[in-house]
Write a protein that binds this ligand. Structure first.
Ligand SMILES: Cc1ncc(COP(=O)(O)O)c(C=O)c1O
Length: 400
């Protein structure tokens, strides 16, 4: 017979939570989950103090664009606050269909499906297709949402070195030709700022008959013609990637995500991806904001132009200070500092000077790559960069 519960003995989960060193460190050094009281363009307010935001993913700076805000307000008035449930249970709304059609056309896919979060969309893009007995080949540095999708699918996993086609080929050489294979990678890696070698990956996928899944969360709005993404960046607009997924929380100034591809594939996904089937549909205001942002980025090319001009300005500041940016080619630009301590003191010095950034340390990044993640927005001004340059000089003196 089981012994009765002893008073005073702590539940094992409570004990685990209490003993967790990562949690203790987070509570001691409040680096994450900082509360901001206000936000306006590239500036935020923390404890009543104005700071420059240098780590958001609002690459095109459209979050406060009048057309985006007006569209969200109008949708709230017309449709109310919620989509009231899953699409399977209580139907799609015409605003879902309209956004899906617009987005699919923009990125050059036949159709797409929208979800309440990029995380759910990216998870669904994998577990909607991969199953037990299949083999997933994944770039080592992919986002957590993709790992979650792989875990949920039950498929076998083989990782290959980040952005390394030769390593991918090597992994495939030993595999059974009859096994169904899926190749998973990102367009832009948000921590490293790297762009994937899409043409080489597609060539290898063709030779080895791999189904390709591209997470374009950070490339949508940033790369390619008008911001159409990684395939457009490489001049590959002809649906060579099987599935493209991504997020609305970066350049599209909203919240949500998408899975795009041929109609037959998206219909298949709708009956196989549990995170999409059993979660509530994207609410009206978020759809309207993403849809308006999609119009803005086509009608007002100046945002994308300003973003890349700002990337150039920021990179020249970092270069003058001889800082290691891990070869970033995009607006997501890490400052690699090599140890937790250096990253922490560098971050603190930037904060002292009014610059908001985030730290990412191992195991979140490979050992020795502890870094400050920074990201440029089209909203950063000349004055912002003057303050950023001064703050970086100060951090270099103080922390390195
Ligand atoms: C590459 C990548 N994929 C997917 C996601 C998930 O998107 P969301 O934050 O919109 O859920 C993120 C979010 O940071 C991401 O960076």
């Amino acid at each position: 017979m089981k012994r009765p519960f002893q008073r005073g003995k702590q539940n094992p989960i409570r004990r685990r939570a209490k003993k967790c060193t990562i949690t203790s460190l987070r509570l001691k050094y409040p680096v994450y989950y900082t509360t901001l009281e206000n936000q306006e363009g590239s500036h935020v307010w923390m404890d009543g103090r104005e700071m420059i935001m240098l780590s958001s993913n609002d690459y095109l700076g459209l979050t406060h664009h009048p057309k985006v805000v007006a569209a969200g307000m109008q949708a709230l008035e017309t449709w109310g606050s919620s989509s009231t449930g899953a699409r399977l249970a209580n139907g799609s709304r015409s605003y879902h269909d309209a956004l899906e059609e617009k987005l699919a056309y923009f990125i050059g896919a036949e159709t797409c499906h929208v979800n309440t979060a990029g995380y759910i969309a990216c998870m669904s893009a994998i577990c909607g297709f991969a199953q037990r007995g299949d083999l997933v080949l994944a770039d080592k540095n992919i986002h957590s949402s993709l790992w979650s999708g792989i875990n949920l699918s039950g498929a076998k996993l083989e990782r290959f070195s980040h952005n390394n086609p030769a390593d991918l080929e090597d992994a495939l050489r030993h595999e059974d030709t009859d096994t169904a294979k899926l190749l998973v990678f990102e367009g832009i890696y948000s921590m490293e700022g790297h762009i994937c070698p899409l043409p080489q990956f597609l060539e290898i996928a063709k030779v080895h008959d791999c189904f390709t899944i591209l997470d374009d969360a950070h490339a949508l709005g940033v790369l390619g013609k008008q911001g159409r993404g990684t395939a457009s960046h490489f001049g590959l607009d002809d649906r060579q990637v099987d599935i493209t997924c991504g997020s609305f929380s970066k350049s599209l100034a909203s919240i949500g995500g998408f899975i795009a591809g041929d109609r037959s594939l998206i219909e298949y996904m709708k009956s196989h991806a549990k995170p999409s089937i059993f979660s509530a549909a994207l609410p009206p205001a978020q759809v309207a904001c993403a849809s308006a942002a999609l119009d803005v980025l086509q009608d007002e090319p100046e945002h994308l132009q300003r973003l890349w001009d700002n990337v150039e300005t920021y990179n020249s500041i970092l270069k003058d200070l001889d800082l290691d940016t891990w070869g970033s080619e995009t607006p997501a630009i890490p400052i690699v500092l090599g140890s937790k301590e250096r990253a922490y003191y560098f971050w603190k010095a930037l904060q002292e000077k009014g610059i908001f950034t985030v730290i990412s340390v191992a195991p979140g990044v490979p050992p020795g790559k502890d870094l400050i993640r920074t990201a440029v927005s089209a909203r950063h001004s000349k004055e912002d960069f003057e303050q950023i340059a001064e703050a970086l000089q100060y951090a270099v003196k103080k922390a390195l």
